[in-house]
Design a protein around this ligand. Structure first.
Ligand code: NAP
Ligand code: F7E
Length: 323
């Protein structure tokens, strides 16, 4: 019989890639979606008829338990969250409700209705924040720098705690930044590649940006969802860092993206303090040795290739008049 998976956050970047991967592996895929006055499921439009969508919300614990009862999943991937760091300073309480307490609500629903489930929690390199070690591994202590990072640290610890307290198969993937042509437009990679395409097409001239010196370990989302799946196929539940072990500045990102279309970033990028954060994460670089050894996982797409893939995809979209 086909394995069944339930994905929260299926309409997001990672949810769409994970749904594709699980369908390829022969899973029956169920996704939880929030009710909205207008259904915008662009990232999973091509999967219509292949995945089953159910209304539910991380804020509503009974909706989670009902969904577990209805779908009887073997695996639950909790990808839903308020995931944009700047928003977490404007809406810190909501971020805590979704990104932190939402995890406990799901774990409680699992504990009481389907304790045999294998549970994946989407933890984040933002938990390392003002880093206490370089590079960061599973053993590096956390020092979050935003309400988002703090909320993710709670979600991480409660997952570990439920594993240890109730013997649930619950794991946390500590994923570093991962991007793709399906990345939301406000995140820095996609903001840059989309605007580069618009500038190239003569639709605008300037690109306002924040801190160009921040360094990130950027990988490809398609690679990272494979690591999520591998974590749930292990004999024992454990947490893993997923990264590329390379770090680059936002300036390098901008330089490569503009160069891809034959432009000089210095003529177009302007610094706008509105995009500078109250507290910054200056340097992230992940050590994925454990994932390589135990999961047999390695990244297949490197930084320059990733940026160029995104610029090319955005050029096509802008030419076609879509986003
Ligand atoms: P994303 O594109 O922002 O998607 C977030 C998803 O969560 C969307 O499907 C959204 O639904 C859903 N959601 C938000 N609040 C919800 C709620 N209260 N109830 C139900 N669903 C809700 O994020 P992503 O990049 O795919 O990331 C997936 C997960 O990994 C997130 O938890 C993120 O924090 C974490 N993460 C991401 C990265 C990264 O670099 N991408 C790195 C580490 C960890 P709507 O479509 O209705 O808004
Ligand atoms: O910023 C700098 C900004 O918003 C990256 C989320 O998926 O990854 C993501 O969080 C860097 C920061 O991602 C602009 O200051 C400069 O240093 O793309 P971002 P993030 O904050 O690293 C982690 C792992 C997650 O878990 C999160 O969910 O870029 N930056 N200028 C800018 N950033 C943005 N967004 N816009 C700018 O104009």
């Amino acid at each position: 019989m086909a394995k069944r998976a339930l994905i929260t956050g299926i309409t997001g970047q990672d949810g769409s890639y994970l749904a594709e991967l699980l369908l390829k592996k022969g899973y029956e895929v169920h996704g939880m979606v929030r009710r909205s006055s207008e259904e915008k499921f662009e990232r999973i439009a091509h999967l219509q008829g292949k995945v089953t969508l159910h209304q539910g919300d991380l804020l509503d614990q009974f909706s989670l338990a009902a969904l577990l009862n209805l779908t009887q999943p073997d695996e639950v991937y909790n990808l839903a969250a308020q995931s944009f760091v700047p928003t977490s300073w404007n809406q810190p309480v909501l971020t805590g409700e979704f990104t932190a307490l939402g995890v406990t609500k799901m774990l409680e629903a699992i504990r009481h209705t389907r304790p045999q489930v294998r549970f994946y929690q989407a933890s984040s390199s933002e938990m390392f924040g003002k880093v206490l070690e370089v590079p960061q591994s599973e053993d590096t202590p956390f020092y979050p720098r935003s309400p988002y990072g703090v909320a993710k640290a709670y979600g991480h610890h409660i997952t570990v705690n439920y594993r240890e307290s109730f013997k649930l198969f619950a794991v946390s993937g500590i994923l570093f930044n991962h991007e793709s042509p399906r990345r939301g437009l406000e995140f820095v990679t996609r903001k840059v590649t989309y605007n580069v395409a618009r500038i190239k097409m003569g639709l605008q001239d300037k690109l306002p940006m924040g801190n160009l010196d921040a360094k990130r370990d950027w990988g490809f989302a398609g690679d990272y969802v494979d690591a999520m799946w591998r974590m749930l196929q292990q004999e024992t539940p454990e947490d893993f860092v997923v990264a590329t072990n390379e770090t680059h500045t936002v300036r390098e990102l901008v330089e490569i993206a503009f160069a891809r279309v034959g432009l000089d970033y210095q003529k177009h990028v302007v610094i706008d303090p509105a995009f500078v954060r109250p507290a910054e994460v200056d340097l992230l670089i992940g050590k994925y040795d454990k994932a390589k050894e135990k999961l047999g996982w390695e990244p297949t797409v490197r930084f320059k290739q990733l940026v160029e893939m995104m610029v090319d995809a955005d050029l096509e979209r802008v030419k076609a008049g879509t986003r």
